[in-house]
Design a protein around this ligand. Structure first.
Ligand code: HOZ
Length: 420
């Protein structure tokens, strides 16, 4: 029995589907998932010793590349000083201040452990503050796996063809409204009809879980406007886009100030860490100051705080490297779209490669994409030492460590695949 078959069988016998998060099972692309042993810079190394250029980057967090020396040092010192206190430490204050420097709309911040927790808590807060029940999200938008969000959800739900989850109460799903992304008419009509019942509108300002789809001009402004006129809170889910679309996220790039922001991924430098923040008077409704309850034993964990802080400090200088690497890769790939039916989208240090030449503005447009070709592309890249997101619905990520060698090899392999 090969090492690979052995580990796969063992994984599947003890972990559900062999994984701890569904997209990792690579169901959309077939073949065996990669089992990763270690990672350094722009590379991951499998359990059988293969080296891959990594465009998954732990689904976004590793913007400085893997095992960045400053992050490693920060985490090692943190571990030596004790791994969890269950009481506030100075590092929480420092990371919160650093986050606020990037996201001035976050006047106050609460750290949690995952993007799911951040988004789930943000809508509870929106409901508590407004005393309303309805939440609005966009089709194919993914905000983690809390019950209210598993309605027409993106990411793994979409990859597995289960955008609505079993186990979500009908009464919960009934309070979630779903409209197409980038559809200003649908947005205005919904708010006209139900505005006074809407607690919050949650949006990935750049959609990253149904392919990478950019907001059309005026769309995010319309989101802000309908919230202002109805009294609903505008919640930007920047778990993926935060520190990536620009250092200050999509809100800095598009100059729209949300009422609440959810952050995750990059914020913890590769450790479980996320946060939500917003205007002071809204955040003051959270316990222990206000009536909206949310808590967590490992929230503000010192190892995650110090790794996050090291990441944000290094990002000040390294963001531009990650951005120019992404721009170079995307620019070179875009020249291929003159000859082949592909399109390449970029949002800062994120990119998406879609197998269609049709315009894509929302989830139903994604139906134009050739999923089988994508699966063949994934396998081709994998067999040539490149690990891309194993679903066309997922974004790809770059780091400050992706250099010319990585980019040249990637462009060459994609060119070879397309011309084969
Ligand atoms: N929800 C993540 C992608 N959008 C996937 C997380 C994982 O499998 O680690």
């Amino acid at each position: 029995m090969s090492t690979q078959t052995h580990i796969q069988e063992k994984a599947e016998s003890i972990l559900v589907g062999g994984v701890n998060s569904p997209v990792r099972a690579c169901k959309a692309v077939g073949g065996d998932p990669i089992y990763i042993q270690k990672a350094k810079g722009p590379h991951v190394f499998s359990n059988t010793g293969e080296k891959y250029i990594d465009y998954v980057l732990s689904w976004g967090p590793m913007i400085l590349g893997h095992a960045h020396p400053e992050v490693v040092l920060a985490a090692q010192s943190a571990v030596a000083d004790g791994t969890s206190f269950g009481a506030t430490c100075e590092w929480e204050i420092q990371l919160a201040e650093a986050v606020q420097g990037f996201f001035p709309s976050c006047e106050q911040i609460r750290f949690v452990n995952s993007g799911t927790e951040a988004c789930m808590s943000a809508i509870r807060l929106a409901r508590g503050v407004t005393q309303r029940e309805v939440i609005v999200k966009f089709e194919g938008g993914y905000h983690g796996h809390a019950d209210s969000f598993l309605v027409a959800a993106g990411s793994g739900s979409l990859t597995l063809g289960q955008p609505d989850s079993a186990g979500v109460l009908k009464s919960t799903a009934e309070n979630t409204r779903v409209i197409p992304y980038n559809d200003i008419d649908a947005l205005e009509q919904l708010f006209q009809k139900e505005g006074p019942r809407i607690a919050g509108l949650i949006v990935e300002p750049v959609a990253g879980n149904m392919g990478l789809i950019l907001p059309q001009p005026g769309f995010l402004e319309a989101c802000r406007r309908v919230c202002d006129s109805s009294g609903a809170l505008l919640i930007f889910d920047e778990v993926m886009t935060g520190f990536r679309v620009s250092p200050g996220g999509a809100q800095a790039k598009y100059q729209i100030q949300p009422d609440l922001t959810c952050l995750g991924k990059v914020i913890g430098g590769g450790f479980p860490c996320a946060a939500y923040g917003g205007r002071k008077e809204i955040m003051a409704q959270l316990a222990p100051l206000g009536p909206v309850y949310q808590a967590g034993t490992l929230s503000g964990n010192p190892v995650a705080m110090r790794a996050g802080l090291a990441t944000l400090n290094a990002l000040e200088t390294e963001f531009d490297q990650a951005l120019s690497a992404t721009t170079e890769l995307v620019t070179r790939l875009r020249t291929l779209s003159d000859s082949y039916p592909i399109q390449v989208n970029q949002a800062g240090t994120m990119f998406g490669l879609l197998f269609t030449d049709q315009p894509i503005q929302n989830l139903s447009d994604m139906g134009h994409c050739d999923l089988q070709k994508f699966a063949r592309y994934f396998q081709y890249m994998k067999s040539n030492g490149i690990y891309v997101a194993p679903s066309q619905y997922e974004a790809n990520f770059m780091s400050s460590q992706h250099d010319k060698t990585c980019i040249d090899h990637t462009v060459n392999m994609i060119t070879q695949f397309l011309s084969a």
